[in-house]
Design a protein around this ligand. Structure first.
Ligand SMILES: Cc1cc2nc3c(=O)[nH]c(=O)nc-3n(C[C@H](O)[C@H](O)[C@H](O)COP(=O)(O)OP(=O)(O)OC[C@H]3O[C@@H](n4cnc5c(N)ncnc54)[C@H](O)[C@@H]3O)c2cc1C
Length: 355
């Protein structure tokens, strides 16, 4: 038997499973390793942290197959030389083919205290801790959200809708939030924040974090809780791999998505160096191509030497449960329609994954 090991049961590896399981060759066995025993819908962590959805709502059971087994544990190290994955508990799992899909972590940009005194929504356990903290805050507490990209905007809006008694301060480096979107969209989101009492602090520069205190351009600002949404980097296990990386620390790959000169090790999703910003959609698009390469190789056929560029359908963001914004087929959308579309996308995703 040939053992395919999938590291991480996130969006990338779930899509690979969806494509390869129906026609899995007899000689292939798959082992999926994850620290949690279900697939987590990371795109919804902002709502989990804000307390507007239940934990169960964002867990999807992993698929079942006679030649698919699971190991639930913490990946500590990948030994590319000996083709073995080491887990925290001392277990070693050898592989014939490996797909690394361990996702990303917060990037703190060297801001002192940020890793200690801020809450996170990058993993399910951290999002749960953030939920505990935010839900237990006394009335009229101040919450600082650092970073007004998609996840910071979604968290701030969901939180203020869920707990209107809180005072939410949203810090962003730019002159306008969501600078990757057309100006009209940024303006709409800024207006929404204004009318819902979220304080937007533009051109901020967080220089230090202490317990209950953010320093913006060295000015101390009291916060009862601080959530960090100001940047991401690939998983530590991937950062520690001795292979070529791009300026963001993501692994540089061949057009067939494997590490150069290591034909049996692929990297999918947030850990991979790709021509677009990391997203679940991108991880899935890349996974489609990796699935094709694996299937060809298992049949001893030559995989395509290049693939067409991965097509992205657009971006949708929520502003609480009723409003949203997005860019679909280059068209800016605001209001209830993009929010409905976002709910529909989530529903479809769960449906296609057998939920
Ligand atoms: C709040 C928020 C909103 C977002 N909204 C969107 C959106 O609207 N659209 C969109 O396309 N993208 C969105 N994203 C980005 C998207 O979630 C990621 O790009 C996507 O999850 C990446 O998929 P992946 O397969 O690389 O990794 P992930 O889905 O993150 O999966 C990684 C898996 O690896 C496991 N793992 C990690 N480390 C270890 C370890 N050491 N040992 C064992 N297991 C481990 C984790 O448990 C997890 O199951 C959002 C992200 C956030 C945080």
């Amino acid at each position: 038997m040939r053992n395919l090991v999938l590291l991480g049961g996130g969006y990338g590896n779930m899509r690979i499973l969806l494509r390869i399981l129906p026609n899995l060759p007899e000689h292939i066995h798959i082992t999926l390793i994850d620290r949690v025993p279900y697939h987590c819908l990371k795109t919804e962590y902002y709502a989990l942290a804000a307390g507007t959805i239940s934990d169960q709502h964002i867990r999807v059971p992993f698929p079942e197959h006679p030649r698919l087994s699971y190991v639930f544990g913490e990946v500590k190290k990948i030994d590319l030389h000996h083709e073995v994955v080491h887990l925290q508990d001392g277990t070693c799992i050898p592989y014939d083919d490996l797909v690394i899909g361990l996702g990303c972590e917060d990037r703190y940009h060297g801001v002192p205290g940020a890793d200690i005194f801020t809450y996170s929504i990058q993993t399910i356990d951290k999002a749960r801790e953030t939920y505990q903290k935010l839900s237990n805050l006394p009335p009229h507490s101040i919450v600082g959200v650092v970073g007004a990209g998609l996840s910071g905007v979604e968290l701030a809006s969901e939180l203020v809708e869920s707990r209107p008694d809180l005072h939410v301060k949203l810090f962003d480096r730019g002159t306008r939030i969501l600078s990757m979107f057309p100006e009209r969209l940024s303006h709409y989101v800024e207006q929404w924040f204004h009318s819902h009492g979220v304080e937007l602090i533009r051109q901020s520069n967080i220089t230090k974090v202490e317990e209950h205190t953010l320093y913006n351009h060295d000015e101390a600002i009291h916060c009862d809780a601080i959530v960090w949404t100001a940047g991401i980097q690939p998983n530590r296990v991937v950062r520690e791999l001795d292979v070529e990386k791009d300026s963001q620390g993501r692994v540089v790959l061949t057009p067939r998505h494997h590490i150069p000169n290591i034909e049996n090790v692929y990297v999918v999703g947030d850990c991979a160096s790709l021509p677009h910003a990391p997203s679940a959609q991108l991880a899935e698009g890349q996974a489609e191509q990796i699935a094709q390469v694996l299937q060809k190789r298992w049949k001893d056929e030559e995989p395509p030497s290049e693939f067409p560029p991965i097509k992205l359908k657009g971006i949708l963001g929520s502003l609480g449960k009723k409003h949203g914004f997005g860019l679909v087929a280059d068209r800016p959308l605001t209001g209830r329609v993009p929010r409905l579309l976002k709910s529909g996308v989530l529903w479809m995703y769960k449906y296609h994954n057998g939920y």
